[in-house]
Design a protein around this ligand. Structure first.
Ligand SMILES: C[S@@+](CC[C@H](N)C(=O)[O-])C[C@H]1O[C@@H](n2cnc3c(N)ncnc32)[C@H](O)[C@@H]1O
Length: 306
């Protein structure tokens, strides 16, 4: 079974590796597509630390790389990069990589509760041992909060109407499944916009239950402080909210002054920490999109520690 087709595979690995005997961190090992190619470019002295929140992905990679002594894997969030590095006695990395979002396996697997193509428990958590499933929040949050989530994380124009319908529905029913949520959205969305609306609402809930944008910001800050001089930070994003965070973060870290513009002289002593390698993000080729539709929104950004 093909669990996941890695996106922008060669482009990310070529940009990540600057020292074949170096130390590397991959925050989103998934089903090990990128990890495998990274490892094939490294020699015996190298070390590779990987994390994934999802236990299926972690167990898959644990087995896949069981005979490779260079590999150490953790079933946890990539925001734990600092603690893990301490455990591994690693001070700095030569390359840090994340391929954000979810794998095809998570999207398609009934038990993962991500898909709106089947009627399954509405969960959407990558780590099912922490927090509450999406259905919990749909039954609990106020209409205003649901509207905000759908608008902020899904950029859905009908957020208010959908939130209102959910609140009406739950007066007499408890929302438990993807089919129930799909039914509510179907009731107020014209057929031709339905798939887009479903994708946006499911994306919004997924970002919310997994705390994805906050975790990304926390991770980026930690990652920069853990890079060696000339070490590379390589990030693949899949939607505009993530990409904006990465783009703005990288830009901020290239600045040599953050004083308010009205200050006549610089007093902040800021030193740029990063040099941007990809002025414009690398995107997927028509050929890659033809073979893997899910690659179409991917953007790859690369920066180097100064
Ligand atoms: C697009 S897939 C990665 C696929 C992988 N590069 C491959 O080639 O198989 C994203 C993975 O990141 C994981 N993930 C997302 N956010 C995470 C986080 N904050 N910490 C750890 N893993 C995360 C998901 O569980 C998923 O397995």
């Amino acid at each position: 079974m093909n669990h996941h087709t890695p996106v922008l595979l060669k482009e990310s690995v070529v940009n990540l590796i600057t020292n074949k005997s170096g130390l590397y961190f991959e925050g989103t090992i998934g089903f090990g597509g990128h990890s495998e190619l990274i490892l094939s470019h490294l020699d015996d002295k190298a070390k590779f630390i990987g994390t994934d929140k999802d236990s299926n992905a972690y167990l898959h990679c644990k087995n896949k790389f069981k005979n490779d002594d260079r590999v150490r894997l953790y079933n946890t969030s990539f925001t734990n990069i600092s603690n893990i590095s301490k455990i591994e006695f690693i001070e700095k990395y030569d390359g840090i990589f994340v391929d954000l979002g979810v794998s095809s396996f998570q999207l398609d697997d009934k038990d993962s509760g991500f898909t709106f193509r089947e009627d399954v428990q509405l969960d959407l958590r990558m780590d099912k041992s922490k927090g509450e499933p999406a259905s919990f929040y749909l039954n609990k949050l106020a209409e205003k909060e649901l509207t905000e989530i759908f608008f902020k994380y899904g950029e859905e124009r009908n957020s208010k109407k959908i939130a209102n319908m959910i609140c009406d529905y739950r007066i007499n029913n408890k929302i438990k499944t993807t089919g129930q949520l799909k039914g509510i959205i179907e009731g107020i969305t014209p057929e031709k916009y339905l798939t887009k609306a479903l994708s946006r609402i499911f994306q919004a809930l997924r970002i919310y239950v997994n705390n994805e944008l906050e975790e990304l910001e926390e991770f980026l800050n930690k990652a920069v402080s853990l890079l060696n001089k000339n070490g590379r930070l390589v990030v693949i994003t899949f939607h505009s909210l993530e990409d904006r965070i990465v783009k703005d973060f990288l830009k901020e870290k290239t600045k040599d002054c953050i004083c308010p513009p009205e200050y006549p002289v610089c007093v902040c002593n800021t030193k740029p920490e990063l040099k941007i390698i990809t002025r414009k993000p690398i995107v997927t080729s028509a050929e890659e999109i033809k073979n893997n539709k899910r690659a179409r929104s991917a953007k790859l950004r690369v920066a180097e520690k100064i």
